[in-house]
Design a protein around this ligand. Structure first.
Ligand code: BJW
Ligand code: ZN
Length: 244
């Protein structure tokens, strides 16, 4: 493994542009559960009851309660060593650095990264279905305050600004992410199972364009087959080794 990390570190040293894709695994050491696998959220909460627009229309309060609970957990969480490695890489690469995340936990921004593309939204944002405004909201609500009233038009037809299954990602954002995957020299995937499209297609784009792709994950994933090197282990342990 040390040899492969050295190789990845060497590729990074020679690169001008790096693009990173992160998933829930990078935040696990910060105390935020992942989705799949043991202890994953989908083991306790079914996708069809909590993560589709149909589920939300059926029972907005129930879906809001789930996001409110996760928001509380996420608000208390601090970035871990893996997040800080990405802050250091942005400091080194400056404009040549881009971070595409599937996470809604805001931890990359909290750690200090600036060039962050949030493909699946942000748990600290509310979207109003009546006036269409999207606004920042860190409040943890009491049960009887859910769904929260829109801060602009007072409507209770609000939703978390996240992307559920069956919903389209922001078109400009996904186009930008694809361009960043195609135009980098090194593509790094961290802590994602690669089970969700279109995010999981990004490493494939980089590989097809002949870029060096390296994956840091606790186990082999659907992304591993597109990676030149796979570094198995917890990202908070393995990623810092890149900077040694
Ligand atoms: C560690 C670690 C440590 C642990 N260190 N590693 C093409 C083909 C087939 C289907 C589709 C397709 N295109 C679209 C679809 C449908 C669907 C889809 O992909 N379905 C799949 C099941 C196949 N995609 C969509 O619906 C997307 N929309 C879309 O494409 O619109 C157009 C369209 C619509 C309909 C049909 C066709 C086209 C939207 C997807 C939205 C996903 N939303 C969620 C919820 C967000 C809000 C919330 O958080 O509540 O996003 S689902 C969930 O999965 C969340 C995550 O961002 C996402 C990815 O999960 P992630 O991050 O990979 O987490 P895990 O848990 O899966 O993996 C963690 C990994 O870390 C594991 O490997 C661990 O081992 C590892 N790990 N500890 C390093 N310490
Ligand atoms: Zn409104």
């Amino acid at each position: 493994m040390i040899e492969r990390i050295k190789k990845a570190a060497d590729k990074i040293k020679k690169a001008k542009r790096i693009t990173i894709l992160t998933g829930a695994g990078i935040s696990k050491a910060s105390g935020i559960p992942t989705f799949r696998g043991e202890d994953g959220l989908w083991g306790k909460y079914s996708i069809s009851e909590f993560a589709t627009l149909e589920a939300f229309h059926k029972d907005p309060k129930k879906v809001w309660q789930w996001y409110n609970y996760r928001k509380k957990l996420i608000k208390q969480a601090e970035p871990n060593k893996a997040h800080y490695v990405l802050v250091e890489l942005e400091r080194i690469f400056k404009d040549g650095f881009a971070l595409i995340t599937q996470n809604i936990d805001n931890l990359h921004t909290k750690a200090g990264n600036k060039s962050v593309y949030e493909l699946h939204g942000n748990i600290f944002e509310v979207k109003c279905l009546i006036c269409n405004k999207i606004y920042h909201d860190q409040t943890i609500y009491k049960d009887d305050q859910l769904p929260p009233k829109c801060k602009y038009c007072q409507s209770i037809r609000t939703r978390p600004n996240v992307v559920w299954f069956g919903e389209s990602l922001d078109v400009e954002l996904i186009k930008k992410a694809m361009a960043l995957a195609a135009s980098c020299d090194v593509f790094i995937s961290v802590g994602t199972s690669g089970g969700v499209q279109p995010a999981a297609g990004l490493p494939k784009i980089a590989q097809r364009m002949g870029k060096y792709v390296v994956e840091f994950n606790a186990e082999y994933s659907a992304i591993s087959m597109f990676a030149d090197d796979v570094i198995i282990g917890n990202a908070e342990k393995t990623l810092p080794m890149l900077l040694n």
